[in-house]
Design a protein around this ligand. Sequence first.
Ligand SMILES: [Zn+2]
Ligand SMILES: [Zn+2]
Length: 232
Amino acid sequence: MALKFLGRGSGFADEHTSAYFSAENKEMVIIDCPVSTFQKLKHIDLSDYEKFYVLITHTHGDHIGGLGLFVQYAFFVLHKPVIVVAPSTAVAEDIATVFAIEGNEPSWCELVNVANVEEKAWFGDCVLTEHSPQLANKCFGYHLTVDGTNVVYTGDTSTIVPFLPYLVDGSILYVDTSVYYGMIHLKLEDALDDFLALNRRGVKVYLMHLDDVAAAEKIVADYPDIEVVTLA
Ligand SMILES: [Zn+2]
Ligand SMILES: [Zn+2]
């Protein structure tokens, strides 16, 4: 499945959507850091990793609620460096503000934007998308290469359009999908035809950030190339 998921729920779920993968040079790349991800990371054996990258999609609480805590944990307990990667300078400034409010010293982690990771083999692009009007121009997905697989991770999104150019044959798409609540998220019944068209182009589709996992599983049960993400 390329990415390992620590949560797959939407905003009011117990476990918020977040994933990670291992990269070369003993680096761990984590996508978003809600509180539930921070709590799970404490119980994962991280001794093999020497450096952590946290890619941020946007600054809603279900995506960065545990970021400051993880930075503190890595600094004071693990004694290992964390590089927080913001998709734009504006998002980096917002994260810096959150860190200041939470009492995180700037020296406890490195806060950079994507220009600083462009040379990484796993990094492809950040992809601006549409999600919440309050965070207009500050919501992104990521195009990555994980274990040789072309991966697109939408983050929270109400549209699939900005991601289409990256979805070549053999890609995996991890996509924000709601069963009941559309609006600022893709609604499964509206997006299903688009997902099936991607399947025909050789793209495997995994649903994440779900409001109802069981209902989503039922809807996609007959489509072998559309699945709900499973937890690591
Ligand atoms: Zn969210
Ligand atoms: Zn959001």
